[in-house]
Design a protein around this ligand. Structure first.
Ligand code: 9MG
Length: 287
């Protein structure tokens, strides 16, 4: 094992993602029930306009999702997911030459979106669905493996860990890396995510963020997603539309703790927060 995350560029299909500094991934939900922008971007035109804006504001990656992962959300079939995401992926790749990540756990969706030119896969179930390891391995794309206990439908029902949360996450991710390598998916294609808000109490989330740097021992790029999440709502007692400042503070801390990709809704302000944090962290280092 290594003791610092790799900053080597990721080969994302036709794109190369430079991770020598932290990058922002803009969220594009194409679900009618997404937790913070429910229904706003279900129409193809709206989704595409929103993606264009995020790219103009500095997003390096657009993460397209066709199934809501918010607590209690109902599952959709792979075909429904594809009907939602495929036209968006196709357009973003063809017309905007964007680096598109697809948030999916379904092997059928992984296969099709890689054919359509997606550059990354983002799986909140860390390739645990039947056939997902093989589909991801065959895609040739980088994959984000996220920690979650349970399923979105039940993950927030009294989440409990027998060990410290950071140890549980580290062990889980280490096991998933091993499963990927056994399936032929090289370590150099993996990104790791502690899964803030997935099967975790507010205390778990705060502790995990504080200790996120411990995941650097796995030697892989780290991704963090906390934008608009309920941990902000609970600490600050803010509704979802008033969580931007809280989210920027968390993004800055995540960068300080080693995150190289920040998954966010509000791209412009997040790019500023991330770049400013990075400038401070670089101060005094050798050029
Ligand atoms: C899809 N999705 C929702 N929240 C997420 C998070 O925190 N990380 C990743 N990788 N995906 C997420």
């Amino acid at each position: 094992m290594n003791d610092s995350p790799t900053t080597a560029p990721l080969h994302c299909g036709r794109h190369r993602l430079d991770l020598s500094y932290p990058r922002v991934m803009g969220i594009l939900n194409v679900t009618p029930d997404s937790f913070s922008d429910g229904g706003q971007h279900t129409l193809l035109d709206d989704a595409l306009r929103h993606a264009e804006r995020m790219l103009a504001e500095g997003a390096a990656i657009i993460d397209v999702g066709g199934e809501s992962t918010r607590p209690g959300a109902s599952p959709v079939s792979p075909q429904q997911e594809l009907d939602r995401v495929a036209p968006v992926v196709e357009h973003l790749v063809r017309e905007l030459d964007a680096l598109v990540s697809v948030d999916t756990s379904a092997p059928e969706v992984m296969r099709e979106v890689s054919r359509l030119g997606a550059g990354m896969l983002n799986d909140v179930r860390a390739l645990r669905r039947e056939g997902a390891l093989q589909a991801a391995a065959c895609s040739g794309l980088p994959v984000c493996l996220m920690h979650m206990i349970g399923e979105p439908g039940d993950m927030q029902q009294a989440p409990h860990y027998d060990v410290d949360i950071e140890d549980a996450v580290l062990t889980f991710l280490d096991e998933r890396i091993a499963a990927c390598e056994s399936a032929g998916l090289r370590r150099s294609r993996l990104i790791l995510d502690p899964g803030f808000g997935f099967g975790k109490t507010v205390e778990h989330n705060l502790r995990l963020l504080n200790r996120m740097d411990q995941l650097k021992i796995l030697g892989l790029p780290l991704l963090a997603g906390m934008s608009r999440k309920s941990m902000i709502g609970k600490v600050l007692e803010r509704p979802v539309e008033e969580r931007l400042a809280g989210g920027l503070a968390l993004a800055a801390l995540a960068v300080e703790r080693g995150a190289r990709i920040l998954r966010v809704h509000d791209v412009g302000p997040s790019v500023d927060a991330v770049d400013m944090t990075w400038a401070v962290l670089q101060e005094g280092l050798e050029p």
